[in-house]
Design a protein around this ligand. Structure first.
Ligand SMILES: Cc1ncc(COP(=O)(O)O)c(C=O)c1O
Length: 387
């Protein structure tokens, strides 16, 4: 009797999990450089305001084409320092979207001013100029003084600055760009940082340019404002450490984070080009199946998120997850629907586009190291998950 031939049937290897953002892939590329940069800080020991801070500020300003960059502890600090430097406080209205991360409106409330929520456009999820006009008109007689506009460059594409700046000029308002999600993007050949009167960005680790902790930066051209910001960043410091000329905060960036960012900035343009390729492949595969993000004429995006609109979002997210494909929802609850912000004014007529997109958006994995095979798995998974 011939022995039974036993054939071992190996179970097919499970495909590797797909990260939503693969920070480790980037780390593998520049680990040596980053570790040497950190080691230099450990050796010189100037952990606060060491030489890497000034070097980074110089490089960031040059990158954006503005006179000054001021690093700080986070994107939230960057926004708040700008509000403080402009003397924004109780009785002042600042117009901002509700469809954004909480920090945008939070800082307005923190300085004692009033966020007034403005609707966004369906095509780019960014502040709608007509809604801004209506919101400014809407607070007439409320006792609030319109002071500034805070457009948010959501998901990586700059807001409609030319239109927003024109409205702001007519009403004597400043424009503070919340560029936390758009550092590196352009609009009509102006770089983010040079859009608006001043801008704030975030280097939170998950941002396209992220450090290894919290960090942020402010961009501006005004020399007088620069001095105020530098003072506010260090407890309202005057000519020396123990002279305090205004109420400030401890808002400095750590030297180690600046050292990390200097290394990451060297490869940033290359990473932005890779993000662009990933976004183009998504668009080619998904346009017509779902609502894919659109760039306005003259705008580029850094694709901080690749955000689509779908029917039956919760079902799609669940089915995708079952296929091993992660996704995120930015942002399921607009701020005006959240308890701490519900008491602040919204534009007359409400926020119908904000409500609609908040119920339909979802973001797909997006980073500079997303290879085509993995992206094809995501695309197939999404196709199979649509209602
Ligand atoms: C639109 C927007 N504004 C502000 C911030 C705040 O930045 P940070 O987390 O660095 O304080 C973020 C961060 O996610 C953001 O996305």
């Amino acid at each position: 009797m011939s022995p039974a031939v036993s054939r071992s049937v190996a179970a097919p290897a499970a495909p590797p999990p797909i990260p939503f953002i693969d920070l480790q892939a980037q780390r593998r590329r520049i680990a040596g450089e980053v570790e040497r940069a950190i080691a230099r800080v450990l050796a010189h020991g100037q952990f606060i305001m060491g030489p890497e801070i000034a070097e980074l500020e110089h490089r960031l300003a040059a990158y954006c084409g503005v006179k000054h960059a001021v690093t700080c502890g986070s994107g939230t600090d960057a926004l708040m320092l700008l509000l403080m430097a402009n003397g924004c406080g109780p009785g002042d209205a600042v117009f901002c979207p509700s469809f954004t991360f909480a920090a945008s409106a939070e800082v307005v409330a923190l300085v004692g001013a009033t966020p007034v929520f403005v609707d966004v456009g369906r095509d780019d999820f960014n502040m709608a100029p007509a809604s801004l006009e209506a919101a400014i008109a809407g607070i007439a007689g409320s006792g609030l003084t319109p002071r500034g506009v805070m457009p948010v460059d959501l998901f990586g594409q700059p807001a409609r600055y030319p239109e927003i700046e024109a409205i702001a000029r007519r009403h004597g308002l400043w424009v503070l760009a919340d560029a936390a999600q758009s550092f590196g993007a352009r609009l009509d050949n102006r770089r983010v940082g040079a859009l608006g009167d001043f801008a704030a960005t975030s280097f939170f680790p998950a941002k396209p340019l992220g450090c290894y902790g919290d960090g942020g930066a402010i961009f501006l051209n005004d020399d007088g404002l620069l001095e105020v910001l530098r003072s506010l960043r260090v407890h309202g410091q005057g000519r020396d450490k123990y002279e305090n000329v205004r109420i400030g905060i401890n808002g400095r960036m750590d030297t180690i984070q600046a050292a990390v960012l200097l290394e990451k900035l060297r490869i940033y343009d290359d990473e932005l080009a890779a993000r662009e390729r990933v976004a183009a492949r998504y668009a080619a595969a998904l346009d017509g199946l779902v609502a894919v993000p659109r760039l306005r004429a003259g705008a580029t995006s850094i694709w901080a998120c690749y955000t689509i609109e779908v029917d039956d979002r919760d079902g799609v997210v669940e089915r995708l997850k079952a296929r091993g494909v992660p996704s995120m929802i930015y942002y399921p609850r607009p701020l005006h629907r959240q308890e701490p912000y519900a008491r602040y004014p919204v534009v007359p007529g409400g926020l119908p586009v904000t409500e609609a997109v908040a119920a339909r958006v979802m973001s797909l994995p997006m980073h500079a190291y997303l290879d085509e095979t993995t992206q094809d798995r995501i695309i197939e998974g999404l196709r199979d998950s649509l209602p």
